[in-house]
Ligand binder design. Structure first.
Ligand code: AMP
Ligand code: MG
Length: 401
């Protein structure tokens, strides 16, 4: 039997996890519910948009040939507006049609003069500017019928939802939301709001992880935290594995004697890797419990968050075959020294300021991985490669939070 991969690079860890993706399904939902979802298949347009040539301006539809010189006076023979259903409106030489934005272009017209350049007197209009064959929105110039307007895996932003509506869709195939279980572990954990006894701390990871799951558009199932006992953990793992598509634990995966998540996974689960070359956040493991994928995240609050960002997010992204969320990486100049490591990708927390020179990054808070303030007040994580200097003045890559 081969050894479990141990202390591997982030890329290797992502690849191993991705080889057993979550079984993602699609469902149909109405356009009203689609914001923030991931499109489940390519979407070809049902129509040409616009469906007919129409005016981009309020003004007069004219023949370009008649109006190359200004001023020109033409006879106004009709008025037409958006939704005008009379297809017979047309102009001949010396004529113009008063037209509103979105109205179908009258037959014979090939230019629109904006209203601002016209003087209307009775039944005639004087054009104060020479016409150009302008301000006409051509049939299909936005999208042609049958052309894919949005690809499978697209994030449904407000603008892409407008695109779906324009293409004629009232229902959309989307990826089903994943149910992601969250189990925090540790004898010392108390829920916020309860009084603390000596030795206890407030349990914070499950709330942050729940927010991270929601930010990706999925459904967190936050279970009560579990004490460090193999029996209690086993029962909670069984429940989470049967109810969720994926579950996350926090705590209990390091080298300590009370690190029972790792112990349980090693003895009764299926571990695909343990420990990753990132700092903070080197302890995580990935594996399966009763065939349900699970990530064992570190207990330190900064670490659990960072590992979600670096490892769980790419896993969910690839399971749903989407690029969402895109990792936004900027280049920034360091205003303070940032300590790198010789064997890990180092993810220090920095604040950023945008200047004419570019972004300036500052590490202003204590970087202990237990100190969530260093993360909650930060704008980004340094992507310092092993042995990169991290000295003041160096330009580095920063992943935006
Ligand atoms: P562990 O990995 O279980 O040894 O935990 C590492 C550190 O993180 C310890 O100081 C724990 O008290 C702390 N910790 C573990 N779980 C949580 C949690 N859910 N919320 C806040 N801190 C935690
Ligand atoms: Mg613990």
């Amino acid at each position: 039997m081969s050894e479990t991969p141990y202390f591997i690079s982030l890329e290797e860890a992502i690849n191993i996890a991705q080889s057993t993706p979550i079984k993602a399904e699609t469902e149909f939902i109405s356009l009203d519910e689609a914001h923030g979802r991931i499109l489940g298949s390519d979407l070809p347009s049902k129509v040409n948009d616009p469906p007919f040539d129409n005016s981009a301006m309020d003004g007069f539809a004219v023949r370009h040939e008649d109006s190359k010189e200004a001023p020109t006076t033409l006879a106004v023979v009709a008025t037409t507006q958006a939704a005008a259903s009379d297809e017979s409106i047309s102009i001949s030489s010396g004529e113009a049609v008063r037209i509103m934005t979105g109205a179908p272009l009258p037959q014979g017209a090939d230019a629109i003069i904006p209203i601002e350049a016209c003087i209307v007197v009775g039944d005639s209009v004087t054009l104060n500017q020479p016409s150009k064959p302008h301000f006409i929105r051509r049939c299909g110039e936005n999208i042609k019928e049958g052309v894919v307007g949005l690809k499978q895996g697209s994030y449904l932003s407000p603008q892409s939802i407008s695109m779906c509506a324009t293409m004629g869709y009232d229902q959309l195939p989307v990826m089903k939301k994943l149910k992601i279980g969250i189990i925090s572990t540790g004898d010392e954990l108390k829920s916020p709001g309860e009084p603390l006894s000596f030795g206890e701390i407030y349990e914070s990871n499950s709330y942050g992880l729940s927010g991270l799951v929601q930010a990706l558009g999925h459904t967190p199932v936050r279970y009560p935290s579990v004490i460090d006992s193999l029996d209690d953990l086993r029962a909670q793992f069984n429940k989470a594995a049967s109810e969720c598509d994926l579950f996350l634990t926090s705590g209990g995966v390091s080298m300590g004697e009370w690190d029972f998540v790792r112990k349980l996974m090693e003895e009764e689960g299926d571990v695909a890797f343990w420990r990753v070359r990132i700092r903070p956040g080197s302890p995580p493991l990935f594996g399966h419990w009763n065939d349900t994928p699970m990530f064992g995240l570190p207990g330190n609050p900064v670490s659990s968050h960072v590992v979600f960002r670096m490892l769980v997010t790419p896993y969910i992204r690839s399971s749903l075959q989407t690029q969402f969320p895109i990792d936004r990486i900027v280049h920034a100049k360091l205003l303070t020294d940032v300590r790198s490591t010789n064997d890990c990708l180092t993810l220090r927390r920095v604040t950023l300021r945008s200047t004419k020179e570019g972004f300036l990054a500052e590490q202003s808070k204590h970087q202990g991985s237990g100190n969530i303030d260093s993360l909650s007040s930060a704008d980004g994580l340094t992507l310092l490669q092993p042995n990169q200097s991290g000295k003041t003045g160096e330009w580095i890559e920063v992943l935006l939070l």
